[in-house]
Design a binder for this molecule. Sequence first.
Ligand code: HEM
Length: 167
Amino acid sequence: MVIQQAPAEGTDWDAEFGVETKQRDPVTGELPVDPYEQSNANAGAAPYDSAGLVRDFGGRDGIARIAGRTVDLAESDPRIAVIFESHDMVRLKRTLSEQFCYLLGAGCDYTGRDMRAAHDGMGVTKADMNALVENLQSAMREAGVPFAAQNRLLAKLAPMSRKIVER
Ligand code: HEM
């Protein structure tokens, strides 16, 4: 006769199943990521050098608001919301804001990963990309960014789709 042994009380089932629980940084509120080399080159394009362009975006604060609003719109856009679930939106808002700020020549450093590494294996489609660009356009329009200035940021981002779109 086989007697099944009941598991000991207080078994750590997460450890038994190899489940990793990541803790948010108490200061930044971000989840940890695997180490990578930080460089402005990861932003994917060279920055503009135009004080007028930075003004059109409302300076660094305006840029941060537009990046944050883009992420909020994407997260509640039924076409693409599912892709953002289970990712760290605190980090995404910070890194996207840094990237826009760097590209627009507003004097930030970009500390995130390069576009290929950041989106690797996510299965982003052309339609997903179009949806995200629409969200960014809405955020810029709401913030009153002139159309020509909107197009200058989009011109920096458009060539990056080759590294982001996978199918
Ligand atoms: C030109 C277009 C895009 C730009 C400039 C961009 C920019 C970025 C940046 C800066 C990051 C953060 C990298 C880091 O954490 O180190 C990121 C991550 C991410 N992006 Fe994009 N992205 C673009 C398109 C898209 C699209 C179309 C989707 C899906 C609809 C998407 C979904 C995500 C998600 C879910 C993450 C979080 C990745 C993670 O947590 O590991 N992105 N993106």
